[in-house]
Ligand binder design. Structure first.
Ligand code: GLP
Length: 280
């Protein structure tokens, strides 16, 4: 696992967008695993901007999202399909037929889960899996005690997750209680994982996920087993990491990060002049 601590949430999102943009430029037919949640909105903003300003091309890529609420159709304002259409898919030149989320209103939910796994395999597997983290350490909707070898399946949301996401539904009583989620095993099969965590609310769980013992009580600890996982945090989310100084040293000295290093005080994603350099 590698950990990068960026000075603020904006710089952290910039770095994630750069990593995805590089992946797409190197492999225009990349299979991207995508995530939802408030944290990801700034990443998608930046990808849309890269598409508009530098022609970042999504026409050949295919995407698979982590999860979807059971009982919500793609037209529902709180469905993750709606979120993805709004924040990314309708803003870039992706073929909507190449974008996949589990169908939360499928008649046969078990079949939907098995079909989703099959589609990922048929696409050649996921090249880069983007991840957020829930306050209980969930990835997608892999709640505590999710087996590390679990595959796409139905998950019952934990009380912490209901509390965390209820605001978007106008209260917990309106929230679905179940979801379809890629399994921890599905996520670990991705060739690269990139987890973004920002803000003080994520500090405690991020420290447990990165530096704590591996346990199925905290799904994100499974990422410690992944051969190529990058965790990107802002200072607030990284504030409880015991080895933060060491992670900074690596980022500042390892040649592989050279193209991504920008002095914090003169780096702004929104400076058009910085874009050509950024995406080399
Ligand atoms: C939801 C999603 C997760 C995401 C989490 C974090 O629960 N199922 O995949 O990581 O939200 O959301 P936020 O970024 O809003 O904190």
């Amino acid at each position: 696992m590698e950990v990068v601590i960026q000075p603020n949430a904006s710089a952290a999102a910039d770095l994630v967008a750069q990593i995805i943009a590089r992946e797409l430029r190197a492999n225009p037919r990349a299979v991207l695993g995508l995530a939802t949640g408030g944290t990801m909105e700034s990443v998608y903003d930046r990808l849309v901007r890269l598409h508009r300003e530098t022609g970042l091309d999504f026409s050949g890529c295919r995407t698979f999202n982590l999860d979807e609420y059971i009982g919500l159709s793609g037209n529902h304002l709180n469905s993750y399909r709606h979120y993805m259409n709004q924040h990314l898919f309708r803003q870039v030149n992706i073929d909507l037929r190449h974008t996949h989320l589990p169908d939360g209103v499928a008649v046969d939910l078990e079949k939907e889960c098995a079909d989703y796994e099959r589609l990922i395999t048929q696409a050649g597997g996921i090249d880069l899996q983007l991840l957020g983290i829930g306050r209980n350490g969930h990835l997608g909707f892999n709640e505590p005690l999710s087996a590390f070898r679990s595959r796409t399946r139905i998950s019952t949301l934990s009380p912490e997750t209901i509390e965390q996401n209820a605001g978007l539904f106008g209260g917990p009583e309106n929230m679905p209680r179940r979801a379809i989620t890629m399994g921890v095993g599905t996520i670990l099969d991705g060739r690269r994982c990139v987890l973004l965590a920002t803000g003080p609310d994520k500090a405690a769980i991020l420290a447990q996920a990165v530096e704590g013992p591996i346990t199925s009580m905290i799904s994100a600890t499974a990422l410690q087993l992944h051969p190529h996982c990058t965790v990107i945090a802002d200072e607030a989310a990284g504030s409880r990491l015991k080895k933060a100084d060491y992670y900074r040293t690596i980022f500042n000295h390892d040649p592989k990060w050279e193209k991504f290093r920008q002095p914090a005080d003169n780096f702004s994603f929104y400076q058009p002049s910085s874009l050509p350099e950024m995406i080399k």
